[in-house]
Design a protein. Structure first.
Ligand code: GLA
Length: 380
């Protein structure tokens, strides 16, 4: 990273920070519904290097994109088009300024990564968190881990315009090697739960992307809020959709069609996350795996955020010896499938799955294995 920065800007960076990507373990679309989620920071991520400039110019460059984006410090606002990646560092800069961090001069900012971009591993949250840590260190602006995750989410909600919850930023901030990240999204309480020994992840990315993903995510978000509004007519003090229960859903005769299906997913998934906590504590990895696969079925059948490609991968993965469970990970509508695997499922088996996918869909999914990793930090 330091070399890349020097090549681009002709001097060394003042601060380098790194932040990991994440996998959503279980708890699909529960975060903005106030539910519990389990995720993991992985052992891949992004690095951000920064150095102050004497003028009022901000220059940003990413190793993946190469072209330099330049703007004035007084012109920090969202950028459209192919340079859209700069909205993540700029969004973080903007929310940190709102948080009281003074930015008296311009900056050079460089980004490198060993995390595939746009693969459902939340490279965006990793850029936000790494930028946050780098800038807070540069300007000696104290921000604790929880607040940094919340500021990352705020950057995404208010600057990027994506109504996401705290899952991605929370995992990138609170990741810990050999552990999962547990988040109670009603209170933003973060903790770590040991990852079952001997298990790891395989990630197969469908490469399916379409322009509607963001708007589909926003539609699901709105449907959940609409379902909550209907349920509050019966139970006015209902805290959030994840606090609903089967009895309330049965009593709410006004809740029908898609809204009922979304609410049933949220209620069922909340129960599955709680059961997964119990299964992890009991060392029952088979039950953990079954919950992951059941989560996928609920996303597919009730939440309507899977697709043919993801269903194919999950269906074929779970037939393989060594795969304990598999599901879509993240927002859905494309993106990646994650399989929780023991040592029997390795490179050859993953390639076999990719071959089967290629003969069905005519293109190969990208695949890689990932282990849990540590959360965002400034590099010494
Ligand atoms: C995306 C969002 C998260 C979360 C997941 C779905 O990753 O950024 O906040 O809502 O989708 O669980």
């Amino acid at each position: 990273m330091r070399v890349f920065f020097e090549e681009q800007f002709g001097r060394p960076p003042a601060v380098v920070a790194r932040a990991p990507g994440r996998l959503e373990f279980i708890g699909n679309h529960l975060d903005y519904n106030g539910g519990p989620v389990l995720g993991a920071a992985i052992d891949r991520g992004v690095k951000i290097a920064v150095a102050p400039r004497p003028d009022q110019v901000i220059r940003l460059v990413s190793q993946a994109q190469k072209n330099l984006v330049e703007l004035d410090l007084s012109q920090v606002r969202p950028v459209q088009g192919t340079d859209g990646w700069v909205n993540y560092p700029l969004g973080m800069l903007s929310v940190l300024r709102d948080d009281g961090m003074a930015v008296p001069h311009g900056l050079d900012i460089a980004v490198t990564n060993d995390l595939p971009m746009g693969a459902g591993l939340s490279s965006s949250a990793a850029i936000e968190l790494a930028t946050g840590y780098a800038l807070a260190a540069l300007y000696r602006h104290p921000v604790d881990r929880k607040r940094m995750a919340e500021l990352g989410r705020k950057a995404e909600n208010t600057f990027v315009g994506m109504p996401c919850g705290i899952l991605d930023q929370g995992c990138s901030a609170f990741g810990k090697k050999d552990h999962l990240v547990a988040i109670d999204c009603a209170t933003n309480t973060f903790s770590n739960v040991p990852m079952p020994a001997g298990l790891r992840f395989w990630v197969l990315n469908t490469q399916k992307k379409h322009a509607l993903i963001d708007s589909l995510y926003a539609t699901r978000h709105r449907e959940c809020m609409d379902a909550l509004a209907v349920l509050r007519r019966l139970r006015p003090n209902l805290r959030d959709l994840a606090s609903a229960d089967e009895a309330l859903l049965a009593a709410a005769t006004d809740l029908q069609g898609d809204l009922l299906a979304r609410a049933r997913h949220v209620v069922g998934e909340t129960a599955r996350v709680r059961d997964t906590h119990l299964a992890l504590a009991a060392g029952d990895s088979a039950r953990v795996g079954r919950n992951l696969t059941a989560s996928h079925a609920s996303s597919r059948d009730l939440f309507g955020n899977s697709c043919e490609e993801l269903d194919f991968l999950v269906e074929h993965a779970v037939r393989c010896p060594g795969v304990l469970g598999a599901r879509l990970t993240g927002g859905g509508f494309g993106g990646a499938c994650m399989a929780l695997c023991d040592a029997r499922f390795g490179e050859a088996e993953a390639k076999g799955l990719a071959d089967a996918y290629a003969s069905r869909f005519g293109h190969r999914p990208t695949l890689f294995t990932a282990a849990t990793g540590d959360g965002a930090a400034v590099e010494a």
